[in-house]
Design a protein around this ligand. Structure first.
Ligand code: NCD
Length: 307
């Protein structure tokens, strides 16, 4: 039985296969409309979500399966003090596969150790978010035709942004990828990513405070929101929340074929006027999230071999 806790749980070849399958699904979703007939997906979300939870549910429904679950810790037995280990044991009796989002780093790993069904990490605290990464890889691949030889700018809250951590983890495996990490000093990437992932992998990167300086070099700009819920005090959040705002004026500094990605939700970091720019790819990215989750569910339930 396989789980997905970290993007590195899949080899580069397996990720290529998933992207190819998602591409097939995009071309003709009706071909896949019954491959999960009779199967159930549980979504166990202890933290707020719109896209991740609903795209998982939409994905399973589009495959012919059904969904059950809870959307907040308050509406589950966590509110009575039940551990995630016990909850997942029970969910294993009710469903065939489970997506878990939790505010604590490592929660999905703990769930996987006690689970009788595949567990997908749908975000564990400020740590990892592998299915957002699969979405991001599919989006970049669709827009640029490759995942290698790209200059990727990651901007905003690089300290607490789990989508950033997972995306760096995944992209360092492709040749010729370089990173420009744009953040205020307080929100720089964690030291373990700088040392154990980037330096250890001899990956080219630089850290900047200024977005304008980075923009002309980028092939992809990955914007992120400042993660209010992970701050220890509100004053720091208020001071940092609007540190970067991408506007049409700033977009003049970017290449004609530089695409903007954002895992969403957006708060203030991309002005709504940028939405009209053909390089704004964040809403398309959300659509890709459904295709890649369909491919992922098929892989973990081992139904993809039958198609
Ligand atoms: C992200 C998350 O939950 O980490 N959202 C998402 O899943 N698309 C990003 C965020 O909340 O800022």
């Amino acid at each position: 039985m396989r789980h997905l806790l970290n993007p590195l749980d899949f080899t580069v070849e397996e990720i290529d296969e998933l992207l190819a399958l998602a591409g097939e699904i995009e071309k003709d979703p009706s071909r896949f409309a019954h491959v999960c007939d009779g199967k159930k997906l549980a979504t166990c979300f202890y933290e707020p979500s719109t896209r991740t939870r609903l795209s998982f549910e939409s994905a399973m429904l589009s495959l012919g399966g059904s969904v059950l679950g809870f959307a907040s810790a308050d509406s589950s037995s966590a509110a009575k003090g039940e551990s995630i280990a016990d909850t997942i044991r029970i969910i294993s009796c009710y469903a065939d596969i489970c997506a878990v989002r939790h505010p604590k780093e490592g929660a999905a790993l703990v769930a996987s150790l006690h689970s009788g069904i595949p567990v997908i990490n749908a975000g564990d605290g400020g740590h990892q978010h592998p299915t957002q990464t699969l979405t991001d890889l599919l989006t970049i691949h669709s827009l640029k035709g490759r995942l290698s030889d790209l200059t990727i700018g990651l901007c905003g809250d690089l300290k607490f942004g789990r989508t950033v951590h997972s995306l760096i983890n995944a992209l360092v495996r492709y040749p010729g990828v370089r990173f420009i990490l744009i953040s205020p000093p307080e929100l720089k990437i964690p030291e373990y990513i700088r040392q154990d992932v980037l330096r250890a992998g001899h990956v080219e990167f630089k850290e900047l405070g200024n977005l304008d300086e980075a923009l002309p070099e980028l092939d992809i700009l990955y914007m992120t929101r400042v993660q209010r819920e992970r701050f220890f005090n509100e004053e720091d959040y208020i001071r940092l929340k609007d540190c970067y705002i991408l506007t049409p004026k700033k977009m003049k500094l970017a290449k004609e074929d530089m695409y903007i990605l954002h895992p969403l939700p957006r708060v203030n970091e991309i002005s709504v006027e940028v939405d009209k720019d053909p390089r704004a790819a964040y809403f398309r990215q959300a659509q890709y999230g459904v295709y890649i989750r369909m491919a992922l569910i098929m892989k973990l339930l081992e139904v993809e071999k039958r198609c």
